[in-house]
Design a protein around this ligand. Sequence first.
Ligand code: S3P
Length: 220
Amino acid sequence: MDGEKIKKKCCKKFKEKGEFCRKCPVSAHKNQANRIAPKSIEREKGHVKIESNNILLFGFMSVGKGKLARELAGRTDYFAIDTDDLIESFENMTIKNIFNDEGEAHFRNLEQKVADWLEHCVENTIISTGGGFIGVENLNDIGCVVYLQSDFDTISEKIMGHPKAKKKIKKRPLFQSTDKTRKLFESRLPLYEAKADITMNVAGKSTNDIADELLRRLEI
Ligand code: S3P
């Protein structure tokens, strides 16, 4: 699609509301869009009012954070990024090799580095995270934290029953033994619950349905 067509397509919807689309190729419009998007979230018990900010998807391995981020990006004017992808490109290594060659502690430091960058440099973006991103110090300063909640058996069955199960397990260094992974899941549950602004039960639901519900709850 050429620039002019994108401009017409993405600006029309926003023009009607007197706003600007950040995906618009006209840089003046993009700047305007960023300006009308202050970094502010009002947190009240049970209700999160988001003026305009990052939406951070977190939860245990394989709950569908990346897939949901891409679905939401396709339906909104937000871009989607993934913390594991950022780490892999920064290190020019796969997560598996980072764990094997540099160790988990190094990977966790990289997660913190990404978290600092997200907090200070990124706005109005949908961010999917690795399951251990819960450990970063500034999680709640990055954006609205959406916890994708599922039970361990559903997660385990989903990954084991996947046509590419072998590949999915191979690339996740912390999903090698079911018993150990279950323990990790149990130890993280209270942390996920404590940091969530919004909790979405995703067990057995389609990405489409989860996206519908989340967009409704976020009022975007
Ligand atoms: C991890 C989850 C993985 C990846 C890394 C560590 C974790 O991401 O970041 O293997 O500690 O739970 P996914 O949650 O996308 O599998």
